[in-house]
Design a binder for this molecule. Structure first.
Ligand code: ARG
Length: 268
């Protein structure tokens, strides 16, 4: 019992810390449609900043990453101001619906299902799922997850969750769902799961930044290509057009390539 209380207290403390942390990351809200000091319209941009190198909180507690830089460049090009709002992945899409955010950029894969509830820009990044396992694991393909009865960690509600749910069955006890990809990767490291499936660049980034984690990746050609899009509220054509136009310009004038290189190295 005593141990249980101890654990509970640790959890409560952790929760309190997270709450404080979130508070400091969310810059003061002007709400959507506000005006910046220079008279530009300020758009609130939602993201789940646990997805390096696309969006993460750096050592100085600043939101950073490819998506953050790209969105800033789009805003500059299109003539609006942006204010970033860090939320959990699980509520991210909801914030768009209830007006807490105007735009989402968060490594979001464009899917037919999601297109029912929001509108997407032209694709700005190509991705695919990638398997991560411990170095000594004997996994060579996605089908092994089922054939070898492995436990699999995914981010709740991600495209990895969808794909793994299709393979193992949505209610399979072998699927363990985590709030973030780093949480799933940590579970893999300590042996709580055998495998993690997540977006390739994010898995690769984690391995690069955690060289002592003793993890390796396994590719499988069977994973479909995924394309990230910037989301706006369904029907917000005016904003979507501006974003698409700016994105096109940034691709043409080299800004996109410069950002790509900054985070991913030279495109091949
Ligand atoms: N691309 C995947 C999806 O759309 C994962 C995105 C997760 N993004 C994040 N910032 N946590 O489901």
């Amino acid at each position: 019992m005593r141990l249980r209380y101890g654990t509970l207290i640790v959890w409560l403390l952790a929760l309190a810390l997270v709450a404080v942390g979130c508070g400091t990351q969310q810059t003061a809200q002007t709400g959507s449609g506000g005006e910046a000091a220079d008279g530009k319209k300020t758009l609130v941009v939602g993201m789940d900043a646990s997805f390096a190198p696309f969006e993460y909180v750096d050592a100085n507690n600043q939101l950073t990453g490819f998506d953050v830089d790209l969105m800033k460049a789009i805003a500059k090009e299109a003539g609006f101001a942006v204010q970033f709002k860090n939320t959990s992945w699980e509520v991210l899409f909801l914030t768009l619906q209830n007006g807490e955010t105007d735009v989402l950029i968060s490594g979001i894969t464009i899917t037919d299902e999601r297109k029912k509830t929001m509108d997407f820009s032209e694709p700005y990044f190509e991705a695919a799922q990638l398997i991560a396992v411990r170095e000594d694991a004997n996994v060579t393909q996605f089908a092994d997850l089922k054939d070898k009865n492995l436990t699999v960690g995914v981010q709740t509600g991600s495209t990895a969750d969808t794909i793994v749910s299709e393979l193992l069955g949505k209610t399979s006890p072998n699927i363990k769902r985590y709030e973030t990809v780093p949480n799933a990767m940590q579970a893999l490291q300590i042996g709580d799961v055998d495998v993690v499936v997540a977006d390739n660049a994010v898995v690769q980034n984690y391995l690069k930044n955690n060289p002592d984690a003793k993890l390796k990746t396994v590719e499988d050609e069977a994973f479909p290509k995924e394309y990230y899009g910037i989301a706006v509220k369904k029907g917000n054509k005016e904003l979507l057009d501006k974003i698409n136009k700016a994105l096109k310009t940034l691709k043409e004038n080299g800004t996109y390539d410069r950002l790509y290189e900054k985070y991913f190295g030279k495109a091949n």
